[in-house]
Design a protein around this ligand. Structure first.
Ligand SMILES: Nc1nc2c(ncn2[C@@H]2O[C@H](COP(=O)(O)OP(=O)(O)OP(=O)(O)O)[C@@H](O)[C@H]2O)c(=O)[nH]1
Ligand SMILES: [Zn+2]
Length: 360
């Protein structure tokens, strides 16, 4: 049996406990959130939970509702197989982002994170401006940042030294860990930083190696396939585990919201990285040219002429596919009542509709 302390509960929270939770309630940590379904974690394991109706009324903004990593006061029901959440502890730290189109509204992504690993890959993804944005996000939430420069196997020792120097020159004082999942170099340093009972998260663009890093610690299953089940009023829904307790006692948070952050950045990255291809595509006959088979495609012509290598086009196409998917999902999430299932259907239809090309 783990203790609350092993899950990150410390004196700071303990002090607030008596006043917040009183005699009748217990303390637990939010392990997963899927719309109105919650999974909480206590000394014994994970239990499905729901918010007390009062909490929805009393919340001044969505940020006041519990998110993954939050400490909450709960009451157990049905032989402790089910819990009602009655209150949220103040957050010691958090990861949040501004809602699109709003200067004042935030979307809470995770709470009570001690250290955020800001991961950038050494080649395509390396970008100081983006690194700074993540550092600002960490500072905003009182989270300690550690920078990981991943995929060092893809660049030379000299190039790595240049990148490290560039980071220092930019005035970034956070600790930097260069590493490669491929060769294993630097992984020991990453592992040594991790302390049992502390909570970590990985931030960074899609494809930089976050999943590979975490799978290396937790075993292949941890994020990818293991699911926790939340049950509410006869409805069953499956939520990916979002707060993970590793065998070593180290805690990791990985939420869909965190993944979405990385995908948004990827879109920007593509625009910068491949602006020559984007420029060319303006000359394609069709405005929605997929550059695969259309007549009058300027990109295909450039590949045929050898002006753009086929390899480079493939990496562009792969990235674009990912970021298109994300941009749709992001817009869709702003439309908050749509279920993921309906969204998937929509994406399917969108793909079919692309059969009718729009000519310029
Ligand atoms: N060469 C090299 N490839 C790596 C390294 N780490 C990860 N990769 C590869 O990079 C690709 C993306 O890695 P992921 O771990 O899925 O990246 P991610 O950051 O989790 O991406 P999302 O899941 O989209 O957020 C995979 O094909 C990995 O095998 C590395 O250190 N070196
Ligand atoms: Zn084209």
């Amino acid at each position: 049996m783990v203790k609350m302390r092993d899950l990150g509960f410390d004196d700071w929270f303990q002090e607030k406990s008596a006043e917040l939770c009183g005699m009748d309630n217990s303390v637990a940590r939010v392990a997963a959130v899927d719309r109105h379904y919650f999974t909480i974690r206590n000394e014994h394991g994970e239990i499905p939970a729901e918010l007390a109706g009062r909490m929805y009324f009393q919340a001044g903004s969505p940020s006041d509702l519990p998110c993954v990593g939050d400490w909450v006061c709960v009451q157990y029901h049905s032989d402790d197989t089910y819990a009602i959440i009655h209150g949220v502890f103040p957050r010691k730290s958090f990861v949040r982002r501004k809602r699109a189109g709003s200067e004042v509204e935030y979307q809470m992504i995770a709470a009570n994170v001690d250290v955020a690993f800001i991961v950038q890959s050494c080649h395509f993804d390396f970008n100081l401006a983006r690194l700074n944005r993540y550092l600002v996000m960490a500072a905003d939430g009182h989270v300690e940042p550690v920078v990981i420069l991943a995929k060092t196997d893809l660049i030379s020792h000299e190039e790595l030294q240049e990148k490290l120097a560039a980071v220092k020159q930019a005035g970034i004082t956070a600790r930097i860990i260069p590493l490669s999942n491929e060769t294993g170099k630097g992984l020991d340093v990453f592992h040594e930083v991790l302390v049992p009972g502390r909570t970590y998260c990985l931030l960074g663009s899609s494809g930089v190696g976050k999943t590979t890093l975490i799978n290396g610690l937790a075993g292949r299953d941890a994020y990818a396939t293991r699911a926790v089940s939340a049950t509410g009023e006869g409805t069953h829904t499956t939520t990916r585990r979002q707060l993970i307790v590793l065998n070593t006692g180290v805690l990791f948070i990985d939420t869909p919201g965190m993944r979405e952050l990385g995908l948004m950045d990827r879109g920007e990255g593509i625009r910068r990285e491949f602006d020559d291809i984007l420029e060319l595509s303006r000359a394609c006959r069709f405005t929605d040219c997929s550059h695969t088979q259309e007549s009058g495609c300027a990109v295909l012509a450039a590949i045929a002429d050898g002006n753009i290598s086929e390899e480079r086009f493939h990496s562009y196409a792969k990235l674009r596919k990912e970021s298109e998917f994300h941009e749709m999902s992001y817009l869709d999430k702003r439309n908050k009542d749509k279920s993921f299932g309906r969204f998937l259907k929509k994406v399917g239809k969108g793909a079919k509709r692309r059969g009718n090309k729009r000519e310029r």
